[in-house]
Design a protein around this ligand. Sequence first.
Ligand code: FAD
Length: 351
Amino acid sequence: SSNATHSADVVVIGGGQAGLAAGYYLRRTGLDFVILDDNPYPGGSWQHYWQSLTLFSPAEYSSLPGWPMPPYPNGFPPATHVVDYLTRYEHRYELPIRRPVSVTEVTRTDHGFHVHSDDGGWDARRVINATGSWRQPFWPLYPGISEFAGRQLHTVDYRSPEPFAGQRVAVVGGGNSAAQIVADLSAVAEPLWCTPRPPRYLPDDVDGRVLFTVASEHAAAVAAGRPSDGGVGGLGDIVAVPSVRAARDRGQLTAHPMFTHLTAGGVVIDGVEEQVDAIIWCTGFRPALRHLHGLVRTRGDHHPVVDNHLVDDPAMMFLGYGDWTGPASATLIGVGRTARSLLAPARRRPR
Ligand code: FAD
């Protein structure tokens, strides 16, 4: 029943790839654990990505620990391939996942934490946050945002270009989501791509494999006190996946400066009003950590911790999100290594 109180040694919040990687290593500890996920189906946020999205790496470079992602013969796999893989992964390892269960709050107790959810509560000695960022889209505030009469949506609301057929659509943001959505739209609509600074493309031969290597080298250099060229951020922002490269080569990936404000009918760039029917804000995400509102004081850079743990409490752990929890920890290939190091101490500790 929804008011029941359960208990577990460890509660993992989030059942996407990060939660599954945690589960893989938790099984080996002998600890009693549960994974709570608010999606109706397996696959984490991959089930919500836009339809044309493909991975930026081949399947062989996108695997969680233990069982490799099955090969995808024709190029980089689509999101559905990842959903299928994650679904089979959690069955294969019989991971104890409950869904849909939405965690609303975590509070401290004498022995650890109480995890509050819409399906009862869990007492836990440790909590692993693996909630990703998709549930916390970031919308910047621009003057006139409430005057604009057209449709405004965020990356998280975008599924396919068809609803925008024949329209002029402002796409905001200089990252991968914006570039890919502009490329996607350009088949049927007229995108107006607005970026705060000129887009920076990674070299065409750089894909997810290179990004993982660069992130790992950066982390090793920092750990050893050696100089580093800045990691992935120093390389550029946009991976030239095939759809992006094709649109760019067709001349359809032209970036305009960011608009200063919105009007009822459009946006104003360098003092000139551009009429648009819709605006898609591809302006990024924050870690989905609202359930920790009473516990965690986020710093200016929107994350609360060092080395996977809450600064003042090693029993509150974080996995995924970004490089701040481990090198490339926000990716399929990287999260396993972070999960393993996170749970290595638990493995040695007798119960
Ligand atoms: P998620 O997949 O978001 O899973 C978190 C789960 O926790 C979700 O099911 C969520 O609903 C749930 N949750 C959140 N809050 C709560 C709560 N309070 N209570 C209960 N459950 C909750 N990585 C790659 O390796 N290769 C790629 O090609 C790649 N492409 C990407 C393309 C896009 C558009 C994006 C956004 C990301 C991409 N990534 C890629 C990065 C990364 O792999 C994905 O973002 C991945 O989904 C992150 O997994 P996760 O488990 O950390 O988070």
